[in-house]
Write a protein that binds this ligand. Structure first.
Ligand SMILES: Cc1cc2nc3c(=O)[nH]c(=O)nc-3n(C[C@H](O)[C@H](O)[C@H](O)COP(=O)(O)OP(=O)(O)OC[C@H]3O[C@@H](n4cnc5c(N)ncnc54)[C@H](O)[C@@H]3O)c2cc1C
Length: 290
């Protein structure tokens, strides 16, 4: 399969890329790792007139440790996240979830920024961004906008990014002391998109839950955060009954669809099962006792 014709530019500075975006508007697409965009072009599901390849912009490739957050540049590869001891320590949820993304050759090109800008409802990195309330740093010739995850993911493959805006970095808060995080997922085959995946992070103080973050992929039109389930856990000691009640709340709030891979009812059950698994693991990693 061959893509439709397009012009190709590979700017070496962010300003140049933003100028190209501003001048071309909706006719242009950013090319990061190309692992989602190139198949879309080859299937002719999109026909952009211009591809702006951002891979030569050196300042976008970093993974920077900044006080209470990690700043992941737009072209940092998923494989770099997976191999980074800094990410493993500071944002273990992102580290663990990224290992579920596709297969190794795809992760060596694919980027966290591309995954988040693409907003596939079954993708892992957007679910982590939703759980941790990551901040999307977006730039255009008009300036910078910082968008919280709750306002960034709008619908299937749709974000709050404007046509002249580019995602330049994603800021993930570091895991607090006394916290444990876990990601649990089920897919038809290893490396496939998730049927259901759940990201969980719990902060324990004296054995009781002081903060809970739960979000999922694969069970809604966008990554879903489950505030009802989080509420259920607050102040509990994460007893099996509390985890069961939280998993029930996840199932109740999930918004899955039927497709060739699984029925909506089955995905709902999987969401609860993955929530149970992720919460038990997060609790154990936070030092909680079974
Ligand atoms: C066989 C296969 C299996 C896969 N399985 C999974 C999986 O299990 N889980 C998963 O999460 N993903 C999966 N993927 C997708 C993969 O992880 C992609 O790498 C990722 O979704 C997109 O990252 P990318 O850097 O390749 O983005 P690209 O393909 O380059 O871009 C994706 C979209 O985002 C836009 N974009 C990219 N970067 C920016 C930016 N900085 N600012 C604004 N817009 C931008 C592009 O214009 C495009 O519309 C799979 C891909 C393949 C081919």
């Amino acid at each position: 399969m061959k893509p439709p014709r397009f012009d190709y530019r590979a700017p070496e500075s962010l300003d140049e890329a933003l100028d190209l975006l501003a001048d071309s508007g909706p006719d242009a697409r950013i090319l990061a790792g190309g692992q989602s965009l190139v198949p879309v072009l080859n299937f002719r599901l999109a026909r952009p007139g211009l591809l702006i390849d951002i891979n030569r912009i050196a300042e976008l490739a970093g993974i920077d440790d900044k006080d209470d957050r990690l700043v992941i540049g737009a072209t940092a590869r998923q494989r770099a996240i997976e191999m980074s001891t800094v990410v493993a320590r500071a944002v273990p949820l992102l580290h663990e979830a990224t290992r579920y993304v596709a297969h190794l050759p795809i992760r060596t090109r694919g980027t966290v920024g591309g995954s988040i800008a693409n907003a596939d409802p079954a993708a892992e990195d957007p679910a982590v961004a939703a759980a941790l309330e990551a901040t999307m740093v977006c730039r255009s010739r008009r300036g910078e906008r910082r968008i919280a995850a709750a306002g960034f993911f709008v619908d299937v493959l749709t974000t709050a990014l404007k046509p002249d805006e580019m995602l330049v970095a994603v800021e993930f808060p570091k895991i607090p002391d006394g916290a444990g995080a876990a990601f649990a997922e089920i897919s038809r085959r290893d490396g496939d998109f998730a049927l259901a995946g759940v990201a969980a992070q719990l902060v324990l103080v004296d054995g009781r839950v002081r903060d809970a973050r739960i979000a999922a992929c694969g069970v809604g039109p966008a990554p879903l955060r489950f505030r009802d389930a989080e509420e259920v856990l607050l102040d509990s000691a994460c007893e099996p009954e509390a985890i069961e009640a939280a998993a029930d709340a996840v199932a109740a709030s999930a918004d899955p669809h039927d497709d060739v891979h699984a029925s909506a009812a089955y995905r709902r059950q999987l969401a609860a099962a993955m929530a149970r698994r992720a919460l038990n693991d997060a609790h154990a990693r936070a030092g909680g006792h079974a």
